[in-house]
Design a protein around this ligand. Structure first.
Ligand code: ADP
Ligand code: MG
Length: 628
């Protein structure tokens, strides 16, 4: 039989490098990772057994230590892997975003030369974590339903070997050749039963398969010889269908870590019990931090589906809307059929009902957090606010509840985030809309000239600066019957009916006075603007840009372009402040000589100024710098 040597993928080499040099401060987790893989493999076998006739019974995980040889073996009689699968699953990392994550890890500030666990915990370290404790790993595996077995071996140095071998039955055995114990650095000896027992109890107690290890049991009488017997290390209790009062915070947290590979504590734990026409249990978690791939389509979604404690499916999309994809947890639906497929799930009435309940529960939990624990809610919002707002894009019955959860910047108090409800409570007498402004950054928004008239009148304006805001606000939402209205669009009319009328008359008078000058602007800038008009929204700035009532905002256009959508060039409206001292001066120049070449130059300068105030960017900086 031939032994073949292959190189790891570059990303794997990087990850191995991190592992071998033990940048992770808690080495014990390697066992959790390997047990979790074994448990996954057993799930997969059981799932395959629903539709095919692959053999396999007494599904379990076995741990075996050999103190003399200094080895620890983790075996399962699960699905196993073919040779190709070994190469693909163990030799490469398929997950997107891994590269960026590794760069982030490499550049991250270290504590005593080690990567802080909360950072590495964002990323499932998986199989490779075993190289923290082993200087050589041998893996023997046989895919269920096939005859040949594969032996894989590596010292974590960038390459591995593959060899054909035999194995009694399907499954995988991973043998770790343990590094010498470095007691000085607090290393534990993983060949000691009690160390293994404790780690299993801590991290893997709820694994649904028995985790067995042999132990010497004293005979019945002192003179009897000791006998070797199997001991099951985990209780296998499904934490989600135990009464809440019987589960400790610590158990909930450990289960979260087992489920999410997140080293941090969850922000909230949500046990759910549904009884009546349908029986289901769920245990959901709101994580404290966003995973690095929250906006990647390949992100691992958080909810697992069980049927009466039997694992059925990972990443069950049907149970949680996309905008809540970061929620982790398990759902155990007692009345569902075990061999339910994704296609069936999509149409299943029970699943719809369960999903509705879960969403309701999650949103209620968030609402409560927002009211009772504002600091927690700020942390949540910083991590998941933009994802949650995706829910506002769908015409969903939960939209109102989602709007209740939105918090954003405001001119009321620039140092805080405010909710729509708080805004409505502060609305002026006669104010009939919730005013907002969108822009690329909060810093830019605060300085926008578009805010001037609102500031002068004492009207509060909400400031939105996430890219997603542009999209959902475009759909003209209303909150408590009040429309959300962009102040960067159309005309503004503030105040009582009388005030509005007076303002309109005053503006009309000015409009007549300056009509020739405005006409000049319109003609001179005809390729750049749709219209030049006097403004009722400025008090101190000379000019600003606004969008026509039904046009896309400049930022919306940019986003569509980035998405590769064809967008017709939509020209903005240039608004000029009739109260600005510059305007009568321009009028004087114009009155003296309509052909004065300085007029064109001023027109372009003012347009450039308006662009700078709007987005901090000029459409054509080179041309602008040549104006003078
Ligand atoms: P993850 O579990 O997040 O996918 P790992 O690094 O832990 O990442 O494992 C990589 C892959 O190797 C798994 O997805 C699985 O396909 C395969 N694998 C690991 N251990 C086993 C095992 N005991 N049995 C079968 N496949 C396994
Ligand atoms: Mg894994």
């Amino acid at each position: 039989m031939t032994i073949e040597r292959q190189e790891f993928q570059a990303e794997v080499k990087q990850l191995l490098d991190l592992m071998v040099h033990s940048l992770y401060s808690d080495k014990d987790i390697f066992l959790r990772e390997l047990i979790s893989n074994a448990s996954d493999a057993l799930d997969k076998l059981r799932f395959e057994q629903l539709t095919t006739d692959v053999a396999g019974s007494d599904l379990h995980i076995r741990l075996e230590v050999n103190a003399e040889a200094r080895t620890l073996a983790i075996s399962d009689n699960g699905i196993g892997m073919t040779r190709e699968e070994v190469i693909k699953n163990i030799g490469t990392i398929a997950k997107s975003g891994t590269k960026e994550f590794l760069t982030k890890l490499k550049d991250a500030p270290k504590v005593d030369g080690k990567v802080p666990p909360e950072l590495i915990g964002q990323f499932g370290v998986g199989f490779y974590s075993a190289f923290m404790v082993a200087d050589k790993i041998t893996l023997v595996t046989r895919r269920a339903g096939t005859e040949a077995a594969t032996r894989w071996e590596s010292t974590g140095d960038g390459s591995y070997t593959l060899e054909e071998t035999t194995r009694d039955h399907a499954g995988t055995t991973i043998t770790l050749h343990l590094k010498p114990v470095d007691a000085e650095h607090g290393d534990r000896d993983y060949t000691q039963d009690f160390a293994i027992r404790e780690i299993v109890k801590r991290y893997s107690d709820f694994v649904t398969y028995p985790i067995r290890m042999q132990r010497w049991k004293p005979g019945a009488k002192p003179e009897d010889p000791k006998v070797l017997e199997d001991e099951t290390l985990n209780s296998q209790k499904a934490i989600w269908d135990r009464p809440k009062a019987e589960v400790t915070e610590e158990e909930y947290r450990d289960f979260y870590r087992h489920l999410s590979h997140d080293w941090n504590d969850p922000l909230r734990t949500i046990p759910v019990k549904m009884e009546g026409t349908l029986e289901a249990y769920a245990l959901l978690y709101v994580p404290g931090k966003a995973p690095f791939d929250l906006y990647s389509p390949e992100m691992k979604r958080g909810v697992q589906l069980y049927v009466k404690r039997v694992f059925v499916m990972d990443e069950c999309k049907e149970l949680m809307p996309t905008y809540l994809r970061f929620i982790k947890g398990v759902v155990d639906a007692h009345d569902l059929s075990l061999n339910v497929s994704r296609e069936i799930l999509q149409k299943d009435r029970q699943i719809q009902v369960i999903r509705k309940q879960l969403v309701k529960k999650v949103l209620a939990t968030l609402d409560e957090m927002k009211r009772d624990k504002p600091e927690d809610y700020l942390q949540f919002w910083a991590a998941f606010g933009p994802a949650l707002k995706e829910g506002l894009l769908a015409f969903d019955q939960d939209k109102d509840k989602l709007l209740d959860l939105v918090i954003t910047g405001s001119t009321h108090d620039a140092s805080k985030l405010t909710s729509l409800d708080e805004y409505v409570g502060r609305m002026k007498e006669g104010q009939d809309a919730i005013y907002f402004l969108t822009g690329p950054s909060k810093e830019g928004l605060v300085k926008s000239p578009l805010l001037e008239a609102f500031a002068a009148k004492g009207y509060e304006v909400l400031l939105f600066s996430d890219p997603i805001d542009e999209l959902w606000l475009e759909r003209a939402p209303t909150f408590k019957d009040k429309p959300l209205k962009s102040i960067g669009r159309g005309e503004v009319e503030l105040g009582t009916e009388d005030e509005k009328k007076q303002a309109a008359e005053a503006l009309e008078g000015k409009q007549k006075e300056y009509s020739d000058l405005l006409g000049y602007f319109r003609v001179h800038l005809q390729n750049e603007i749709k219209e030049a008009r006097l403004s009722s929204r400025l008090t101190s700035s000379p000019v600003c840009l606004v969008a026509d009532e039904h046009d896309m905002t400049p930022r919306m256009q940019k986003m569509m372009e980035q998405l590769g959508q064809p967008v017709p060039k939509i020209k903005p409206i240039l608004e000029i402040n009739p109260q600005h001292p510059l305007i009568p001066k321009l009028q004087a120049v114009y009155a003296a000589d309509k052909a004065d070449p300085r007029l064109g130059m001023y027109a372009e300068l003012l347009l450039g100024q308006a662009y700078l105030a709007d987005s901090g960017q000029l459409p054509d900086p080179v041309a602008f710098s040549r104006v003078l």
